[in-house]
Write a protein that binds this ligand. Structure first.
Ligand code: ADP
Length: 210
């Protein structure tokens, strides 16, 4: 499970998150909606360990991780613009976090092959990422986030900017994939329809502030 208790984040003197609390059960997919500028991305950055928080605590499966460095949190993140490393090919992008953790080459090769299969793109392992289509790049970003078997997956408007048909297909595939793997997921989206289709529970960030 993932829990944030009474998180406070201020940028200089401007409050961005004021006493935000959220609880997500293991294996649950929660969609988070709410107006632009309400702090959704900031919350994801806090959970991922990329933001300085002024007060409150974050818990993962019973352990407090509030001050744990980002690379030790076992939290996967998919950004709106994917943020693939342009100088690495598909397989190298996916392998990156495993290499940092000094996983053996054999195990890296096995895990990369497994997630490439999962997103149906095994044939693109050697492709330069700048030569991927929008939908392919999105699948690779998801594969990269899942390869280290994160405890939690954070999705920040992951399907923005895709055409309607591709959006519908990826939404369905992503939902199936995350349910199959039982991945605890927090999915930020401004799209109510996407939220309802994807998630077990839909929350508005304004409900989480006290
Ligand atoms: P959302 O994802 O809901 O659109 P954000 O978390 O991106 O909201 O932003 C919340 C608020 O924090 C906004 O008012 C935004 O302008 C502000 N903000 C975000 N990042 C920074 C930053 N690095 N410095 C100052 N203000 C920021």
């Amino acid at each position: 499970m993932l829990e944030c208790r009474n998180l406070v984040v201020n940028y200089e003197s401007t409050p961005v998150l004021q006493n935000l609390s959220i609880y997500i059960d293991s294996g649950e997919i929660v969609a988070l909606t709410g107006p632009s500028g309400a702090g959704k991305t900031t919350l994801l950055r806090c959970i991922a360990g990329l933001e300085i928080i002024n007060a409150g605590s974050i818990w993962l499966n019973g352990d407090e991780i509030t001050t744990r460095p980002a690379h030790l949190r076992r939290i996967g993140l998919v950004f709106q613009d994917n943020q693939l490393f342009p100088h690495l090919n598909v397989a190298e992008n996916i392998a990156y976090s495993l290499k940092i953790h000094r996983v053996s080459k054999k195990l890296i090769d096995d895990k990369v092959a497994e997630v490439l299969d999962l997103v149906d793109l095994a044939h693109l392992a050697d492709r330069e990422v700048v030569r991927l289509s929008g939908g392919e790049a999105k699948r690779i970003a998801v594969a990269r986030a899942l390869v280290a078997q994160p405890e939690v997956l954070l999705l920040d408007e992951p399907l923005n900017g895709l055409d309607k048909e591709l959006h519908a297909r990826l939404l369905e595939d992503l939902g199936k994939l995350l349910r199959l793997r039982g991945t605890t997921t927090l999915h930020v989206t401004h799209d109510q329809d996407e939220a309802a289709k994807m998630a077990d529970r839909v929350l508005d960030i304004r409900q989480l502030l006290s």
